[in-house]
Every structure is written in C-alpha cells, then in structure tokens.
Write a protein that binds this ligand. Structure first.
Ligand SMILES: [Ca+2]
Ligand SMILES: [Ca+2]
Ligand SMILES: [Ca+2]
Length: 183
C-alpha cells in the first residue's frame, strides 16, 4: 500500500505530467513535453541532447501506456497512476530496474556540460520540460543540494529520488523533487 505521504507526492507528480491539466496523462501531454525539449535544445532535430531526451520521453510514455493504462482508453487517470506506482515501488528489483535506471539515464541526459553533476541551470532545464518555472526550480534546487556545493551528484540524485518515490520521512528533502505537494 502507498502511504498517505507517498500518495500526496505521487499526486503532485501526476499533475506535473498532466501538462494540459485535463485530469489524465495522455499522448497530448507527452507531445507538449517533447515540444518543450525541442525548445530547450533550440537546435531541435539533429542535436545529440535533443535526440537523446526525446527518445527517453517517448520510451517513458510507451512504458507508462503499456504498464499503467488499465482500462486501455489511451490515457492514465490518477487511480491508474497510483496503482501503477504501488506495484513498481513495492518490489525492490522492479524499482532498481525501472525507476533507478530511468533516473540514472535522465541524469546523464540533463548533464549537458558533462561534469557528472546537475547544476542549477541543468535542473531548471529539467523543470522546463514540464513547463515549470525557473523560480520554482531555484527554490527546490537549494533544498535538494544538501551540502550546498551548487551541484547534485549522481549518487545524491539517486538518494533524492529514493526519498521521493519510496521514502516516508516527511522531513526528507527529496519529497519536493517535483515541487511542493498538496495537503
Ligand atoms: Ca493531460
Ligand atoms: Ca486509462
Ligand atoms: Ca552538469
């Protein structure tokens, strides 16, 4: 079972992906994500960063559609989303194979300057993919950067995402990975 805290965090996460705010995550939301990726990478098609990120988000949508769209209506509503995550998070092997692997892949793709850490600008790009404001990215980044060195390392990100997805400590910084979650 998902805890109340997990349900709140995953509901926020759902809202982040439901870009057009119609109560379901569908192909139209991922089209917006991919358009945001294109704008972010200005150059668009042909740039390595663009192609890699675009492929990652297309693969993510395919995986979600296959795994989470229980009633096969082409969209994932909040109940389907929560049911999907409950299964993915309660199984250690599945968590490592899916969630940790995707986190690691996204880390590499957003580390545009290749210094093996995520700086504020790169984190703001990650938020920009979902149409989230730079100001929110700045606020959250400061919280996540626990040793205040202005960068999030790969191991820090894996710990942050473990706190976000699986953690039940209300004080953990990783809870706000996708911004403040509701009551
Ligand atoms: Ca939507
Ligand atoms: Ca559905
Ligand atoms: Ca970097």
């Amino acid at each position: 079972m998902l805890s109340d805290l997990q349900t709140k965090k995953l509901t926020r996460y759902f809202q982040v992906y439901d870009i057009d705010d119609d109560g379901r995550i569908a192909a139209t939301d991922f089209e917006r994500i991919i358009e945001n990726v294109r704008v972010l990478h200005d150059a668009g098609n042909g740039s390595t960063g663009y192609d890699g990120l675009r492929a990652a988000y297309v693969a993510l949508w395919d995986r979600l559609r296959e795994g989470a769209d229980g009633d096969l209506d082409g969209g994932i509503d909040l109940d389907e989303w929560l049911a999907y995550w409950q299964l993915a998070l309660e199984d250690d092997d599945r968590y490592e194979a899916e969630v940790a692997a995707i986190t690691d892949r996204l880390f590499a793709l957003f580390d545009l300057d290749g210094d093996d850490s995520i700086g504020l600008g790169e984190f703001a790009d990650f938020y920009g993919v979902f149409g989230l404001a730079v100001s929110l990215a700045e606020t959250v980044f400061v919280e996540l950067d626990s040793n205040e060195d202005g960068a999030i390392s790969r191991s820090e990100l894996l710990e942050i995402s473990r706190q976000f997805y699986r953690g039940n400590d209300v004080e953990a910084a990783g809870n706000i990975l996708f911004g403040p979650y509701g009551a």
